[in-house]
Design a protein around this ligand. Structure first.
Ligand code: FES
Length: 88
């Protein structure tokens, strides 16, 4: 989320990256979970509460504010990400 924000995009968030709101949740549709960096207990706890996981239990979801991409190329899916006008 920080990298995207630095690139001129607004990523949905209420808590500002404290792993409290779950609004930043994103789907990682293509990367096998074994190639992703493990999440923290805090992230796992918050992910239990996001509605997207109940709707699509087979999908891989992570909190953008907590996720560290690691060496793997990662494509994510997130509704509501917008380019800031200053960067357009
Ligand atoms: S920004 Fe609130 S949980 Fe990630």
């Amino acid at each position: 989320m920080k990298a995207v924000t630095r690139s001129g995009y607004r990523w949905p968030s209420v808590c500002g990256g404290l792993a409290e709101c779950g609004i930043c949740v994103m789907e990682i549709p293509e990367a096998p979970p074994r190639l992703l960096t493990p999440g923290s207990d805090l992230e796992a706890e918050r992910l239990q509460t996001v509605p997207e996981r109940r709707v699509h239990p087979e999908a891989v979801f992570r909190l953008a504010c907590q996720f560290q991409p690691g060496p793997a190329h990662v494509v994510v899916r997130k509704r509501g990400v917008r380019q800031l006008e200053a960067f357009a």
